[in-house]
Design a protein around this ligand. Structure first.
Ligand code: NAG
Ligand code: NAG
Ligand code: NAG
Ligand code: NAG
Ligand code: NAG
Ligand code: NAG
Length: 280
């Protein structure tokens, strides 16, 4: 069997919707055992077993597995942190999407995922991933969507991120990241969405950005210098949020000529003019 998508959050939702009928409990247990099988029976989950018999007494058996929290006999939480799931997950050779969003995972970036050679969408957001983003992250060469938002990552964005030409969406909001944005990332050919808010990034915005960049969110950082959005390569911007940075100079009149712009935040900067009147 080939599965190409793992949606833990989706499974959690399914579990949450189930009620406490024992038939459903048996079903839940079956789902978990299937999941274990999908993950190639990692040793850390070897205690996930069907009970020997007495099945009607054991219909909530899986609620005793320490990874599961049951409410009224139905699984409402599945906590798999530090279970080496990321070590084995790439044994699913055709995996293209991994979504581990919101799983309380506390570890460094799982380089084992480099073995998922077809990976396109990687969402590790809303966990406690710590340490730095590895400098060789470009080994995930097919990546289109990278979401590392809301973790405890430190250090700079690796330069090599600028070499991942397939990247369309890069989201790293709310970490402890710092330093300049790699110039190659700004101009990465397919880049459409770049979300850097709530970190300690600094530097000036470039004159030239990816032609299709439509959403740029950099609120609450230390970006400085003039705002270059009047330049033609910025013309596809739909959303530009840059509150609470250190921008100076005047707000460019050219903002009014950005044809698609619908959202603009420039408050809490050191800008010396107000918005062009056409915009207000
Ligand atoms: C992965 O997909 C390829 C075709 O794209 C197929 O030949 C191969 O059997 C699949 N691998 C597995 C483990 O299903
Ligand atoms: C995780 O994987 C490593 C290497 O495969 C192994 O040494 C370790 O015991 C595993 N940890 C758990 C909790 O299974
Ligand atoms: C991962 O799941 C979250 C929560 O359901 C969702 O908001 C997000 O879009 C998903 N990410 C990807 C890459 O599909
Ligand atoms: C990728 O898989 C190979 C073979 O299973 C293993 O030896 C190697 O350590 C894995 N690479 C990473 C980065 O985990
Ligand atoms: C990341 O968090 C884990 C678990 O809390 C901890 O053991 C490890 O030392 C942390 N790594 C770094 C680089 O802070
Ligand atoms: C930019 O977007 C247009 C319209 O969606 C698309 O046709 C084009 O291929 C994109 N160009 C790049 C370099 O992604």
């Amino acid at each position: 069997m080939t599965i190409t998508t793992i949606f833990l959050s989706f499974l959690l939702l399914l579990f949450g919707l189930a009620n406490s009928e024992s038939q459903l409990n048996d079903k839940e247990q079956t789902v978990l055992l299937k999941l274990k099988q999908h993950w190639q029976n990692p040793p850390s989950l070897s205690h996930w077993q069907n009970p020997p018999s007495l099945s009607h007494l054991s219909s909530s058996h899986h609620c005793n597995w320490p990874e599961n929290t049951c409410t009224s006999g139905t699984v409402t939480q599945l906590l798999l942190q530090n279970k080496n799931i990321t070590q084995t997950v790439c044994d699913l050779k055709n995996l293209t999407v991994i979504n581990l969003s919101n799983n309380f995972i506390s570890q460094e970036f799982p380089k084992a995922l480099y073995n998922c050679s077809k990976l396109e969408d990687l969402d590790l957001s809303q966990n406690y991933f710590n340490g730095t983003i590895p400098v060789d992250i470009h080994r995930l060469s097919g990546l289109r969507h990278l979401n590392l938002g809301d973790n405890d990552l430190t250090g700079e964005l690796p330069r090599s991120l600028g070499n991942c030409n397939g990247l369309k969406i890069v989201t790293v909001y709310n970490n402890k990241l710092s330093g300049d944005i790699p110039s190659g990332l700004w101009t990465s050919l397919n880049l459409r969405v770049l979300i850097l808010s709530d970190n300690s990034f600094m530097g000036e915005l470039p004159q030239r950005v990816a032609r299709n960049l439509s959403r740029l969110e950099i609120n609450n950082n230390y970006f400085f210098g003039m705002i270059p959005v009047g330049v033609s390569s910025w013309r596809n911007l739909l959303v530009f949020e840059a509150s609470n940075n250190l921008f100076t100079g005047t707000i460019p009149q050219e903002l009014t000529s950005l044809p698609y712009l619908t959202t603009l935040f420039l408050d809490q900067n050191r800008l010396s003019s107000s918005l062009p009147t056409d915009i207000i």
